[in-house]
Design a protein around this ligand. Structure first.
Ligand SMILES: Nc1ncnc2c1ncn2[C@@H]1O[C@H](COP(=O)(O)OP(=O)(O)OP(=O)(O)O)[C@@H](O)[C@H]1O
Length: 290
């Protein structure tokens, strides 16, 4: 008997891109011999509820059409379920898909990975009781994230650029205690980012070189720099050429604690809560088509 796949669609992702790509993906999966059960979310809560329904349904796998917010919600239920999880990128950032190497602008090619059916197990971060599929931001980047989430204009990644410029006007370095596998570092920094995947903010390689299945968290600390230097660093983040900069420090470990008095942490672009925060790793927790 052929495989049965649940196609779970957030039609609102990427300003309606989710709704537009879903029929194309469905057609491709069916042409590949799969039986497709279609589900559409109507609100954020639907993502987890439907994912749980799908796990209980005995389907062979699930394909999620959406952006990082939708995938974050789906991963909460699909982690450790053993159910293979396919990603059809339809958001604005698509950083989880980017880390997996799933084609970002070709939903048919992304669907083909599900048809082929090859899977791999990848790591998830764990923080504030949630699974994190990409990066925990704690510092200047949290403020940018907060501001960008509250903006309705401009759309897409340009929001992050505008938010970055706005936050730069008043930002001052913060004092942190960063503890990695029991080793404690006291440092002033612009930001500390921790995660399993290499990018956030739509392709900024803040954790360049992070492997999603090495069982380790990557940590990047950007030490105090002038506003101009930080601004100049952002385009470098897209190409990972920030790595040689003397203000950029990288670490790896299994358990990371971030402490700083005034910082709120964001995970996968959503608010996690104020520091201190403990970040752990769930090795191989998610089975993905990739
Ligand atoms: N049907 C729905 N209607 C409205 N919101 C939804 C619906 N389904 C899910 N959501 C919410 O929409 C949020 C944003 O969706 P998603 O992350 O998929 O797209 P995006 O914001 O365009 O992309 P990105 O996160 O990559 O920037 C999700 O975090 C989820 O809370």
């Amino acid at each position: 008997m052929g495989r049965r796949i649940a196609l779970v669609v957030n039609p609102t992702s990427g300003r309606g891109l989710g709704a537009r790509v879903a029929p194309v993906v469905r057609q491709r999966l069916e042409a590949g011999g799969l039986t497709v059960d279609l589900y559409e979310t109507t609100c954020a809560e639907d993502v987890g509820r439907i994912a749980a329904e799908v796990v209980a349904s005995g389907a062979d796998g699930v394909a999620l059409v959406g952006g990082d917010g939708t995938l974050h919600l789906g991963a909460q239920v699909l982690a450790k379920s053993g159910m293979p999880f396919g990603v059809i990128p339809a958001g604005t950032g698509n950083d989880f898909a980017r880390g997996l190497g799933v084609p970002l602008k070709d939903p048919v090619a992304a669907a083909d990975l599900i048809v082929v059916g090859r899977t791999r197990d990848i790591d998830l971060g764990v923080a504030a009781g949630e699974y994190i599929t990409t990066v925990v931001a704690g510092g200047f980047d949290s403020l940018v994230n907060k501001r960008a989430n509250a903006m309705t204009w401009p759309k897409g990644n340009a929001r992050y650029t505008v938010a970055t410029l706005a936050e730069l006007r008043t930002f001052k370095p913060l004092s942190y205690v960063v503890t990695v596998d029991g080793e404690r570092f006291e440092t002033d920094a612009m930001l500390v980012a921790v995660g399993t995947g290499p990018t956030y903010g739509g392709g900024l390689q803040i954790l360049a070189g992070a492997e999603i299945d090495d069982g380790l968290l990557d940590v990047t600390i950007i030490k105090p720099v002038s506003r101009l230097t930080l601004l100049q660093m952002f385009p470098k983040l897209s190409k990972a050429t920030h790595l040689g900069h003397p203000a950029v420090h990288t670490l790896r470990g299994r358990e990371v604690r971030l402490e700083s008095p005034t910082v709120t942490a964001y995970g996968d672009g959503e608010i996690l809560g104020p520091l201190p925060i403990d970040i752990g790793i769930a090795p191989g927790a998610l089975t993905v088509y990739a």
